[in-house]
Design a protein around this ligand. Sequence first.
Ligand SMILES: Nc1nc2c(c(=O)[nH]1)N[C@H]1C(S)=C(S)[C@@H](COP(=O)(O)O)O[C@H]1N2
Ligand SMILES: [Mo]
Length: 314
Amino acid sequence: MLIKSKTEIASHEITDQAVFESRRQFIKAASVLSASALLPEVSRAEAGKYANITRSTLSTTAAITDRADAISYTNYYEFSTNKQDSSLLARGLTTSPWTVEVSGETENPGKYHLEDILQANPVEERIYRFRCVEAWSMVVPWVGFPLGEMLKKFKPTSKAKFVQFTTLYNPDIMVGQRAHVLEWPYVEGLRMDEAMHPLAILATGMYGDTLPNQNGAPLRLIVPWKYGFKSIKAIVKIEFTETMPATAWNKSGPGEYGFYANVNPEVPHPRWSQSRERVLGSSIFAPKRETEKFNGYGEQVASLYSDMDLAKFF
Ligand SMILES: Nc1nc2c(c(=O)[nH]1)N[C@H]1C(S)=C(S)[C@@H](COP(=O)(O)O)O[C@H]1N2
Ligand SMILES: [Mo]
């Protein structure tokens, strides 16, 4: 066998060797890719901040909405009433550092750093159905922690019957707040027993990564059995109250948006039916999905409302 000395190796052979090496690298990379494709949960988590996150057994098995759809079609009136615009406009929002003020009927009022809240409340993945009052829906793998577990740590007093949430008010950045579309800041609320229900979470992420600004970073509520407007974004205040909070959408349209806002196909919105929903990402020609009472979470939450006429307390 003839062994060529270094100087004798033609340049085209060196090129071939380089190509061969890079091809080997490519094949190696491709086999890693195809192996992880068999484990979609792992590869998705690895892409973001929440690697190896535990998936809660409270997750739905319904088909997950494409991330691209869930982050590009958002309702965030502080930025825009146009769903396609808020992702661009929300880029200017600074979400770190972030504090949450806790007040009202609690033994532990104060201003808390979000980092400290997160230290005390480990997150997990919760895949939930999400149904907007406008009759579209999606399925999102949220990252978050049970709201009730956090509220307990603030030791609400016996007078605390409701909990109120408030979004950041900053019209310099949140340009939608310069117009009186809603009464700002955006306020939402839950009855105490609803807030303590294990399905209610505070989310810090989705699709294995931190929340995009347009989806409510750095901290938002998710109440999967209620219409989407209850799931308030960019929370800066939590107040325990004795009386029912006046909420942004209820103030704006008391005949259209109730405090409870439980998903209910039997009670139409005054201007449209709630019996079906358009599945986000599906063709406009695709058949609509039948909306489920309590958005499919009736088995877990219906008992909270057993003494209420759900057509009256909408
Ligand atoms: N602060 C605030 N929270 C909000 C809203 C909003 O405009 N401002 N929109 C609500 C509505 S109507 C819906 S459907 C959901 C949408 O959440 P998404 O944009 O992450 O899909 O956020 C809710 N939370
Ligand atoms: Mo909504």
